[in-house]
Write a protein that binds this ligand. Structure first.
Ligand code: SF4
Ligand code: SF4
Length: 304
């Protein structure tokens, strides 16, 4: 039996990713499969976990997956607050969506002989879908690096599960992600591994395992909802008239009336975007965190 654990954030489609992979295996891939979520805090931006099991035999185990063969992480910021590697078996696979090349100071250690694949698909999702939702992309990446489920089966399951108006763009995203991941696997193979999952190959292209140190997150870190954010609200001071309607709607109480203007407390802002939707003057723009760190936030928000 193969067990997969999916990590993402509320609103990123983690549960749907687990369902698509399971359906592809069971209905179109000739296997038995199970997929189900872990019901924790179900809020947009909150860490969410889901599971998929695949087997050649009927699956009787209905428990959560505690010792996965594979962990798929849809959002690299989770590495700062969730022990995504917990229970990952030696010789297992870690598939991470992210672009960071320096993971020093993070809190986990890769188990022995882990095949590690890092790929950045958030910008691809933003480009094709117009939103940073990467579930179909990461399902396709997993199919490409493991070959556990045929690619044609993944496409059919996406068509079955997604609402019809989302299918075309998600298939385009999935196809592009699949081919990029296949290329990644070939590079991993040429770097000394055999290119097959659960062999002793290492697709560890960006992240030296030694950079991941064992430790568990401290409680205060988990409670800081600012670490959930993948997009940041940026207020245009030229449009904002300090009416504080955004403050009324913010579920985290992250909006402050400063001395001269309204501001956002990024320690707790989880990036849900409600303030941007409710602002009557369209003074708040949601900007990708990755672009903010490159100093591009204000330009992208159209603030001059
Ligand atoms: S709702 Fe818009 S205009 Fe009003 S304070 Fe918030 S950002 Fe400014
Ligand atoms: S400041 Fe805006 S984006 Fe941040 S938590 Fe509040 S409503 Fe959500």
């Amino acid at each position: 039996m193969l067990q997969i654990r999916w990590h993402g954030r509320g609103g990123q489609g983690v549960v749907t990713a687990a369902r698509i992979f399971g359906r592809a295996a069971a209905i179109y891939g000739g296997k038995y499969a199970q997929s189900f979520p872990y019901f924790g805090t179900e809020r947009r931006g909150a860490p969410v976990t889901a599971f998929t099991r695949l087997s050649e035999q009927p699956i009787r185990d209905r428990s959560q997956v505690y010792e996965p063969d594979c962990v798929v992480v849809l959002d690299e910021t989770l590495l700062e607050s969730v022990d995504v590697l917990q229970g990952l078996r030696p010789g297992g696979i870690l598939v991470l969506n992210g672009s960071r090349t320096n993971h020093q100071g993070l809190k986990f250690k890769l188990p022995e002989n882990t095949a590690f694949y890092q790929i950045e698909v958030t910008s691809l999702a933003q480009e094709i879908l117009g939103v940073p939702i990467v579930n179909t992309a990461m399902v396709s990446v997993l199919a490409a690096v493991t070959s556990w489920v045929p690619w044609e089966a993944i496409k059919k399951a996406i068509q079955d599960i997604l609402p019809s108006h989302l299918v075309e763009k998600n298939l385009r995203l999935a196809e592009e992600a699949f081919h990029r991941a296949l290329a990644l696997r070939q590079v991993a193979s040429s770097q000394g591994g055999e290119g097959e999952p659960n062999s002793k190959s290492k697709g560890n292209l960006h992240l030296p395992a030694d950079n991941l140190q064992p430790n568990l997150p401290t409680p205060h870190l988990v409670a800081r909802t600012g670490s959930w954010r993948i997009q940041r609200p940026v207020i245009d001071p030229w449009k904002c008239n300090d009416c504080l309607i955004c403050w009324l709607f913010c579920p985290e109480g992250s909006i402050r009336r400063g001395e001269s203007c309204t501001s956002i407390d990024l320690t707790y802002c989880k990036g849900c975007g409600i303030c941007a939707r409710e602002c009557p003057r369209q003074a708040i723009h949601m900007v990708d965190e990755a672009l903010i760190s490159q100093g591009e936030g204000e330009r992208l928000a159209g603030i001059s």
